[in-house]
Design a protein around this ligand. Structure first.
Ligand code: GTP
Ligand code: ZN
Length: 220
């Protein structure tokens, strides 16, 4: 955790620094267009991005329209870029971009590699998992928290983008709890898909059993 607490009053205001349009093309040919925003004054100093899709999150967030769909995606270089099957991050990212480009909304790409412990430590944790530890035991064996992610900067980004209420695309109860504690109104939690493979089954079981992720692994 960054130590900034979950108290809205303790969070400084962030502001959008630059917004550019980026055409996206995935390896399966799926295309979408995102408006990509960068920020100033984020509390953790990281280079997080907000990708906005469709009709525009500002328009969707005002008036009687439903709250915009929002996904907080934590960076996973191995899954997002190289297609690693040890986790579900790559398919979740692809799913989120498609759903957001249809429904409109925003994806926050958060530089929280390895649930906040960083890339090298995540790979050290993988080595321990290969010796039998689960994903959480491996983090603690390294002297790190089971999940070090703090969503204070995410709340700042949302407010800077004019998003004060949202429907959150996640299976992780902690994301909704932290955003709520920061004063963002989570009006609905929309489950993201279960992307089960033989290589990630043990990882998904640990998420379901240990941190209460809403994953129906029998239906996948
Ligand atoms: N330390 C560690 N991090 C991992 C491991 N597998 C995946 N990750 C990281 O876990 C994070 C997964 O992010 P998300 O998919 O946004 O989060 P989630 O908790 O699964 O929540 P939802 O997908 O929203 O349901 C990424 O930062 C990955 O790099 C692992 O075995 N060890
Ligand atoms: Zn991953």
């Amino acid at each position: 955790m960054s130590g900034f607490g979950k108290d809205r009053a303790s969070l400084p205001e962030a502001e959008i620094r630059t917004t550019v349009t980026v055409p996206l093309r995935f390896s399966d040919g799926f295309r979408a267009e995102a408006r990509v925003s960068t920020f100033r004054h984020l509390v953790d100093g990281a280079e997080h991005l907000l990708l906005s899709f469709g009709g525009g999150v500002d328009a969707a967030a005002s008036g009687p329209a439903p709250a915009p769909l929002v996904r907080l995606h934590s960076e996973c270089l191995t899954g997002d870029v190289f297609g690693s099957e040890r986790c579900d991050c790559g398919p979740q990212l692809r799913e989120a971009v498609e759903r957001l480009s249809v429904a409109g909304g925003a994806l926050l790409y958060l530089r929280q590699e390895g649930r906040g412990i960083g890339l090298y430590a995540k790979l050290d944790a993988y080595a321990l998992q290969d010796q039998g530890l689960d994903t959480y035991e491996a983090n603690t064996a390294l002297g790190r928290g089971e999940d070090e992610r703090d969503y204070a900067a995410a709340a700042q980004m949302l407010r800077a983008a004019g998003i004060h209420r949202l429907r959150l695309l996640t299976n992780n109860p902690d994301k909704a709890a932290q955003l709520t504690a920061h004063g963002i109104a989570v009006e609905e939690v929309v489950p993201t898909g279960v992307h089960l493979t033989p290589a990630n089954a043990r990882y998904l079981q640990a998420k379901r059993d240990h941190t209460g992720h809403l994953l129906d692994l029998t239906a996948a």
